[in-house]
Design a protein around this ligand. Structure first.
Ligand code: ADP
Ligand code: GN1
Ligand code: MG
Length: 370
């Protein structure tokens, strides 16, 4: 008989030696891809110790061995730098806890892959920017993450998702989904389809600069939204960059841009009332300042000049991905209501339009802080 989700979770829990009594495991966080649980344990002396247990989405990440090799490599490298700089590696980078068998993940009897991380306590994970200072700190932390990995041997990294930020490929994938129209939804979203088509040439801008050898590939995070960083409760500093599944060679502007997409506004990614979805130039400036303060010295002039394109294209790309998933029947991103991916797509396209209206001001802000 097929196992229930609860039975598979219980099976996964037996794969680790917790050195304590497992009290329970509850769903945790607001990620769109993996299944995350918080495991509560009680040690012999009565202390409560928490862990993060995740079922890796193996539809998205098809090779868990390669994925975990990347994460172990990157976190091991960061750990050494953090130690050398007198930091606390247990709080300032992810720590993978091996299974009883000494493996970095557990393959369950249902085909799932599970991993455990140390829970970084006394931190907050924000779904929305509350104060400009927080956004500055997240910018500094993501910029610093990129700087710390500047000399990481990029050729040892596996490409965990092919073409992840290849915007030309994303466009073509959208065209395929539209042609197939598997759920008959295309007729409802003509305005969004027209929006994507009108931006076809934009999709090639950064891809072409990379092809021509004018932009360098760096080791980047590739999923730099605000909820992929843990901020220290006491100091407010962005102390731990998490969600390292997509660390791969990429463009600096994309790490910058994905943060702008998610954080330089005052709304949720899935806000339904588009009058509340507005790009914020002041928050854009705050992030730009923090990111360039941390990573600016390492960037070429063209990388800095094209940061604005990173912002616009990461937002456009994410909107295209949400729309593609909507057309294909919501298989990729977790959805929690009817039309959820379409709502997400609409916020992204509204933000792209706003950026277009503020293009010259955005460029001037980047120049000012370069
Ligand atoms: P997804 O790929 O689904 O976004 P994440 O790795 O980002 O998964 O984890 C989902 C959420 O779990 C995060 O946004 C954060 O709230 C929480 N989280 C993940 N790792 C840790 C950790 N080591 N300590 C504390 N919270 C964590
Ligand atoms: C996903 O995993 P999560 O929720 O941090 C997605 C990102 C998107 C983001 C949109 C592996 O990020 O690329 O930008 O949703 N991650 C993957 O919110 O596809
Ligand atoms: Mg995440």
């Amino acid at each position: 008989m097929e196992k229930t989700a609860e039975q598979v979770l219980q099976e996964a829990l037996t794969a680790w030696d917790w050195n304590a009594l497992v009290v329970g495991a509850v769903r945790y966080g607001a990620g769109h891809i993996n299944d995350t649980f918080c495991v509560y344990t009680q040690t012999d002396n009565g202390d409560c110790v928490r862990y993060i247990l995740q079922r890796i989405n193996t539809n998205t990440f098809r090779d868990p061995d390669a994925l975990m090799e990347n994460i172990s490599g990157v976190t091991g490298y960061l750990r050494k730098i953090i130690e050398k700089n007198g930091g606390d590696p247990m709080r300032e980078t992810m720590n993978v806890i091996p299974t009883r068998e000494g493996k970095s993940y557990y393959a369950d009897s249902d085909g799932g892959a599970w991993r455990v991380y140390t829970f970084v306590e006394d931190t907050v994970c924000l779904q929305k920017v509350e104060t400009p200072e927080q956004f500055y700190e997240s910018a500094y932390a993501f910029g610093n993450f990129q700087r710390l990995l500047a000399d990481y041997p990029a050729d040892t990294l596996h490409e965990t998702i092919a073409n992840f930020h290849n915007t030309v490929w994303r466009y073509e994938n959208f065209e395929k989904a539209l042609a197939a129209d598997a759920c008959g939804r295309a007729k409802e979203v003509q305005a969004e389809i027209d929006f994507v088509k009108a931006h076809k040439d934009d999709c090639a801008v950064m891809v072409n600069l990379l092809k021509e050898g004018r932009l360098p590939l760096r080791v980047t995070h590739n999923d730099t939204k605000l909820n992929n960083i843990l901020m220290d409760k006491a100091s407010g500093k962005g102390i731990c960059v998490i969600d390292l599944d997509t660390v791969m060679p990429g463009l600096a502007a994309n790490d910058y841009g994905d943060s702008i997409r998610f954080g330089a506004n005052d709304c949720a990614e899935d806000e339904r009332d588009l009058t509340k979805v507005n790009f914020s130039l002041p928050l854009f400036e705050t992030y730009t300042e923090g990111f360039l303060a941390a990573a600016g010295d390492a960037l070429t002039d063209l990388e800095k000049d094209t940061l604005v394109w990173g912002a616009k294209l990461m937002t456009l790309e994410c909107g295209i991905r949400f729309l593609t998933d909507y057309l294909e029947g919501d298989h990729y991103f977790k959805v929690h209501r009817e039309g959820h991916n379409l709502d997400r797509c609409r916020t992204q396209f509204k933000l792209v339009s706003d950026m277009e209206s503020h293009w010259d001001e955005m460029k001037a802000i980047v120049k000012k802080h370069s």
